[in-house]
Design a protein around this ligand. Sequence first.
Ligand code: XMP
Length: 315
Amino acid sequence: MNDPKAFVQEAVDRLRHDVPGRTIVAASGGIDSTAAAVLAERALGDRARAVFVDTGLLRAGEVERVEGLFRASGLAFRRVDAVDRFLGTLRGVRDPERKRKRIGAEFVRLFDEEAREFGTDRLVQGTIAPDWIESGGALRDTIKTHHNVGGIPKSSRLVLVEPLRDLYKDEVRAVARELGIPEADRQPFPGPGLAVRVHGPVDRDRVRRARVANAVVEEEVDRAVAAGSMKRPWQYFAVLLDARTVGVTGDNRVHGEAVSVRIVDSVDAMTATAATVPPAVLGTIARRITRELPGEVVRVLYDVTDKPPATIEWE
Ligand code: XMP
């Protein structure tokens, strides 16, 4: 893609062709699906309905942020509260691929219901090139199963429409700017959300800890960037590890959990390098996480591994 304006016009024409009646749009608030939703609305007006699912696996303040973003982008949307459904389907699941499959299946069930209710079988999604390439396109090994390209099972009547499927992330950002979507430079956040940042079993408490730790990393890195002490990394987040470890609170030894801080620089997420972060920033992150989750998280690690050999996410 060379020209975002021309791309938008072509995508609008193609959407009008691919969606004869109505469609729902899977809108997570990420840059990809927001761009897809705005394109669908431009092409189809109120024949497109953006559906935003609160999975309970979102970051702190995310629901409010996403609603604000949609309003600022002029997007009409419907919010579905599905927290109990998603935590229920993840109960007892530790394996990352199973988590993604369960989440994918729950999304399909939910969008099936939403589509039926809106009188359509079309689902617009913000799939981009690395999603299907890394998810096992024709010639690639399956590296991971993204929820958004995990595939629509035969039992579902949904027909996928993917207006961004040939674009890379930097191209989507250019399209988003062209569409007037604010915050086009926000860091990527995985579709399965905090489920893949809670290493091991997922429950309400462990999601809460991951959410608190993640908010600390985001706030402290944003603060350091604003102060000019580091450049904005590609992604920066916390992962709650599946490990019990010993800490001290006052005179007592306690068993708690550990958090790994991941801060990487990248251009397209296909490769990445562990960022060089001022030690004072890491120190503040560790103190705040252990103070805000007293006795629950007692150790904070910094992940110094590049991709490859490690992936960006832990799971
Ligand atoms: P990895 O961990 O494979 O991540 O190096 C590459 C990029 O993809 C994001 N990611 C995901 N995005 N669903 C998504 O929508 C997923 O299951 C998923 N797993 C990883 C990751 O945050 C990084 O930007």
